[in-house]
Design a protein around this ligand. Structure first.
Ligand SMILES: [Fe+2]
Ligand SMILES: [Fe+2]
Length: 373
């Protein structure tokens, strides 16, 4: 038990600065018996001057992970496992199974002919397809075929199941969920579909056909749900959009050619808690350092480069995954002088913005901090 209550004292006016005394210690003891405490003993600890991320910056290299992920194919069936996933464990967030902050991520692997049972949960989910052919997902009866670098939504509350066609190959994709956040909010439900499978209620890839044309939306279409009606964002038009943007603008000094995946019905984020982005660094390009209130999980979708996160350099190439904790300076560079590189990322910015908590700040030329307006 902590018997020194003055360990969080600060001398700045306005902050708690109360020294221990025998009378106060006796008083704290009595408050504790009453199920209470004196705020000034903990105020400076529970209200830090700025966010204190507990997650470590980390990188998971696909060269190392891939073989281990494929081994799971022989060791456990999707029926036994429910979902055959190897999750990314941040050493400082093991207790909540987070990759960073309140975000979970894992690599799911399925063999041709396999299909995981249908289920739904309060956590929102997304996936980014890493390798293989023939993968599909069915979200509330909308069946979609999935290819390399496609980005797919499984919004909270939707029935969903994933599988690989008989004539496909072993498939690996990255899952991203807000499970730790939902659990922190004590708001999580999970249900297995009573039939373990759900019907296909719409034409295959109907959501992309209806909502996936840039700048166009079905006239008069009514969409009231709190997530995007476009459930799959295909790689080809995404990459083309980056190239077209890069041809006419320098982009952000902090994130280069940077685009958000959006809900085409609202222009807002794809889901209420998590968003996703794609960015391109042109040959030899290097960004400036900034930090944001929000947690980020990146996957290199194309090319190779490096990031400096909290002063440490991490080199990455295609399929490597790395994380940037909240309020942590980061900058990115493309290591090629001839090829562009692309980073997919998902993050909790929609939650931060909805709660009015978002901020960002640049690292100035002289090391000073500059608010970004
Ligand atoms: Fe799920
Ligand atoms: Fe950034």
């Amino acid at each position: 038990m902590n018997t020194r209550f003055d360990s969080y004292r600060e001398t700045t006016p306005g902050r708690a600065n109360v020294g221990d005394s025998p009378d106060l210690l006796a008083y704290y003891g009595r408050l504790s018996e009453l199920g209470a405490g004196a705020l000034w003993t903990v105020a400076n600890k529970i209200e830090p001057w700025q966010p204190v991320p507990h997650s470590a910056p980390m990188i998971w290299r696909y060269l190392d992970l891939r073989e281990a992920v494929l081994r799971a194919l022989k060791l456990v069936s999707p029926e036994e496992a429910g979902r055959r996933v190897i999750y990314l464990a941040n050493p400082n967030r093991q207790d909540v199974a987070a990759a960073v902050g309140w975000l979970y991520s894992g690599l799911q692997v399925m063999a041709p002919g396999e299909c995981a049972s249908s289920h739904r949960h309060s956590a929102s989910a997304l996936r980014f397809i890493m390798e293989g052919s023939g993968a599909f997902t069915n979200v509330d009866g909308h069946k979609m075929t999935l290819g390399r670098n496609d980005f797919v939504l499984t919004p909270n509350g939707t029935w969903h199941e994933h599988g690989v066609a008989e004539n496909g190959t072993n498939c690996i994709w990255q899952d991203g969920l807000d499970i730790p956040l939902v659990n922190a909010l004590e708001a999580g439900f999970y249900e297995v579909h009573p039939d373990l499978r759900q019907a296909i209620s719409y034409p295959i890839d109907e959501s992309s056909s209806m909502w996936g044309s840039p700048g166009l939306r079905p006239a008069g279409a009514d969409w009231q749900r709190r997530y995007s009606p476009l459930l799959k964002y295909e790689w080809e038009p995404t990459y083309e959009a980056l190239c077209r943007y890069a041809a006419v603008y320098d982009g952000s000094p902090f994130d280069a050619i940077h685009m958000d995946y959006v809900n085409p019905a609202t222009g807002g984020p794809v889901m209420t808690t998590m968003g996703a982005s794609i960015q391109m660094l042109r040959p030899g390009e290097r960004t400036r350092a900034h930090r944001e209130v929000g947690n980020f999980v990146y996957q290199c979708a194309k090319g190779s480069g490096w990031s400096i996160i909290n002063g440490q350099r991490y080199d990455w190439s295609e399929r490597d995954i790395f994380v940037v904790p909240s309020w942590t300076y980061h900058e990115h560079g493309n290591s090629s002088q001839t090829e562009d590189t692309c980073l997919f990322s998902f993050h909790d910015l929609p939650a931060m913005r909805a709660l009015g908590l978002y901020r960002q700040e640049a690292l100035g030329e002289n090391g000073g901090h500059q608010p970004i307006t």
